[in-house]
Write a protein that binds this ligand. Sequence first.
Ligand code: HEC
Length: 141
Amino acid sequence: MLQIGWIRKLYPMYGYSLLLIIACLAACSNPDVKTIPQKIDYIRAISGKNDSIPVAIAQKGEVLIAYSDCYTCHKENRKSIGPAFKDIAKRYPVQRVFIDMLAQKVISGGKGAWGSATMSDHPKVPIEDAKVMVSYILSLK
Ligand code: HEC
């Protein structure tokens, strides 16, 4: 008896799910829905206060970046294979945690934070140099 009671309670839910599926199919096949531009938040800024970056560090970072291969994939102002340095600066506040995390990412490479393109690894870049490079990038706010 108990079992039949359960089935009776569940039965109307099938009806609802069917309606839902039909509604979804209708929405997907509606051409108007496709033409609405989807606004994707590419930057996804993390809020937080900014520490100051000594000018000498930023300048050294700029030189280290110029001497490395970074500019083959990054531009300062616009997206290339990798995100624009200015977009990276817009996302991360100038704080030690982010500088450390990004420096590690420059060394190990990876993907997924900005899209499906992969940053090559830079195992020969010392961690201190990577931090200086990242400091320069984050100074471009
Ligand atoms: C082969 C191309 C390539 C090279 C060379 C390259 N990058 Fe990148 N970089 C990328 C891509 C692609 C991403 C986005 C990765 C992601 O979506 O997670 C990225 C992301 C970054 C980020 C942001 C990481 C994050 O998680 O938000 C920093 C900082 C960065 N690169 C710095 C550098 C520096 C400094 C160099 C030079 C030492 C460098 N990149 C060289 C392709 C490259």
